[in-house]
Design a binder for this molecule. Structure first.
Ligand SMILES: Nc1ncnc2c1ncn2[C@@H]1O[C@H](COP(=O)(O)OP(=O)(O)OP(=O)(O)O)[C@@H](O)[C@H]1O
Ligand SMILES: [Mg+2]
Length: 374
């Protein structure tokens, strides 16, 4: 406790020494709750070739929390998770799990955490049960304890009917569930999941969500999950950090992040009528941006104009009247409540495509964000 307190004080002193006008607010508002089980401070990773994948990030995860790490292709999610699970050395900064440094106390940290990688890797020639048995032996779990633990996990993941079948015959969703069971064999305190549903079809993805919720809500397990699916983060996570280009651009609960954005989102699209849609969007933006009822406007990569307003149904007639007055025409107009996608757009000026599903290609560009223009 005293050591932790000293560490906190040291951190504050170091931070205060580095105050610049840009980081003043962060220094004074960052406080780590007592029940934090993961604490990351100024974490940086520079790969060979001077590739700065993670640029000094700060966040914490509380005991029992379902925490999301949301970001596009190449944002730095896997790099961060690999540092946290002790597979990759950081360049600078600190990361502690239940007070233990992930670099300096890696053997101890490994016993406290479970990890399911981006690609599930059970042995196809063995049965589900045999795979779990091998995993348990790696942790030197005593045979009778292991036997009952495997039974428990098979039941928890609804794999009873498949437990004695070769994994080669499993569906994508079943493989993922077996992978989750493997990650839990030694009863970790925190489960790390790197994009657990990428490559699954929407039905299997929603199916897996149910198991993740069961682990968090019923079993009380702390979960750290990376994803590039907005909908997934919104549905599962109590709190999340959005990472882009190696930096955390927003942090909070999905509700807080969306509420911060303001009331409703009006999206206007334009057709090429001799004048480019982009030019029309920019022109309409000029007309709307200074109106009292408008909170923010953004022209996205699809050349649509997104307008955040306090009250959508009151704003639409005002928007139409203004455009009419200026002789401007829109091709379509839609009204939605803010989504995490709108939060991302506000901070990065880029929208996320939620096309579904795109098969995972190991090591290659994949997923909706792979096509993002930057
Ligand atoms: N071993 C490596 N050597 C050099 N650069 C790397 C290495 N691994 C990752 N990078 C780079 O670091 C950046 C972050 O990559 P990272 O894999 O952490 O992103 P990610 O958010 O997990 O992306 P994805 O959604 O594709 O899984 C990218 O620019 C990537 O090209
Ligand atoms: Mg990754």
């Amino acid at each position: 406790m005293i050591v932790l307190l000293e560490e906190k004080v040291r951190f504050m002193v170091e931070k205060i020494a580095n105050i610049t006008p840009e980081n003043t607010q962060e220094v004074w508002t960052r406080s780590v709750p007592e029940d934090a089980v993961l604490d990351v401070r100024d974490l940086r990773k520079v790969y060979a070739g001077n590739i700065e994948a993670v640029k000094g990030i700060n966040f914490y995860v509380r005991e029992g929390e379902f925490f999301g790490f949301l970001g596009p292709n190449g944002a730095g999610k896997s790099t961060t998770i690999k540092i946290l699970i002790t597979l990759l050395a950081r360049t600078s900064g600190t990361a502690t799990i239940l007070g233990h440094d992930v670099n300096e106390e890696s053997t101890l940290v490994r016993r406290l955490i479970g990890y399911a990688a981006q690609e599930a890797s059970p042995d196809d020639d063995l049965t589900g049960q045999e795979n779990l048995n091998i995993q348990g032996n790696l942790y030197h779990i005593e045979p009778t304890v292991l036997k009952s633990r495997i039974e428990e996990l098979i039941e928890l993941m609804d794999l009873q009917d498949a437990a004695n079948r070769r994994v080669g015959t499993y569906s994508g969703g079943m493989r993922k569930r077996l992978d989750l069971a493997s990650a839990l064999i030694h009863r970790p305190r925190i489960l790390f999941l790197d994009e657990p549903t990428t490559g699954l079809d929407p039905q299997n993805r929603a199916g897996l969500w149910k198991y993740l919720e069961r682990l968090n809500k019923q079993e009380g397990l702390t979960i750290f999950l990376t994803t590039h699916y907005m909908e997934e983060a919104d549905k599962l996570c109590e709190r999340l950090a959005i990472i882009d280009g190696g930096k955390i651009i927003a942090e909070g609960s999905p509700t807080e992040l969306k509420a911060h954005l303001g009331g409703d989102v009006i999206t206007l699209s334009f057709k090429d009528n001799g004048t480019s849609p982009e030019f029309q969007a920019t022109r309409v933006q000029e007309v709307l941006r200074d109106q009292a009822f408008v909170r923010s406007t953004t022209v996205n990569a699809e050349k649509n104009l997104t307008v955040v307003v306090e009250n959508g149904s009151e704003a639409i007639p005002l928007v139409m009247r203004l455009l009419d007055h200026e002789g401007l025409v829109v091709a379509s107009l839609s009204l939605t409540s803010p989504s995490l996608d709108d939060v991302f757009l506000k901070y990065t000026g880029t929208r996320i495509r939620q096309d579904d599903p795109v098969a995972y290609t190991p090591g290659g560009a994949r997923g909706p964000w792979a096509r993002r223009r930057r």
